[in-house]
Design a protein around this ligand. Structure first.
Ligand SMILES: [Zn+2]
Ligand SMILES: [Zn+2]
Length: 162
């Protein structure tokens, strides 16, 4: 359990109710320290989550594999998991050890399902690293949806006020 967990932010319709989401607002000190890299991102919730995760990762409270955002690509995890940079044979992330071949990740944005399949044997991988990919991609998918919903709501209320 992370010390930063915010159980009050979990919504009843969240596909990942067990995962404790981190707070959506980074501290001013963390924005100062990590924010510049994400200053141009239009999705501010994404930027805030990147800043929070950079900070907690540097404090060694989570590993890079547990993040729902990607520091390298500056995206939600499910959006760049297809990049070759996320194939890590040493840890077994997107890697079938039996075939020594890479695995592909299919993310269904509508149903929220995430599957990891070896490109050679076509089997779904059943490893701890794979379960971690599925967990983080589902959580990032949910966070991205929540962010989109919040932006639409903000646009609607801005239009209503105009
Ligand atoms: Zn990435
Ligand atoms: Zn295989």
């Amino acid at each position: 359990m992370l010390p930063l967990s915010h159980p009050d932010r979990i919504e009843p319709d969240s596909p990942q109710p067990r995962r404790s989401l981190r707070p959506s607002q980074p501290s001013a000190a963390d924005v100062l320290r990590y924010g510049e890299r994400y200053a141009d991102l239009r999705d501010r919730r994404l930027a805030h989550t990147l800043i929070i995760e950079d900070a907690v990762e540097e404090r060694e409270e989570i590993s890079a594999h547990e993040r729902i955002t990607c520091h390298v690509h500056r995206r939600w995890s499910h959006e760049c998991i297809a990049s070759p940079m996320h194939i890590i044979p040493v840890t077994g992330h997107r890697w079938c050890r039996r075939c020594e071949a890479e695995a592909s990740v299919a993310v269904d944005e509508v149903t929220g399902s995430v599957t990891v399949v070896c490109t050679r044997c076509r089997q779904a991988l059943e490893t701890a690293a794979t379960r971690q990919i599925i967990r983080t991609c589902r959580a990032s998918l949910a966070a991205a949806h929540e962010s989109r919903r919040a932006r639409v709501q903000a646009q609607d209320s801005a239009a209503a006020a105009a």
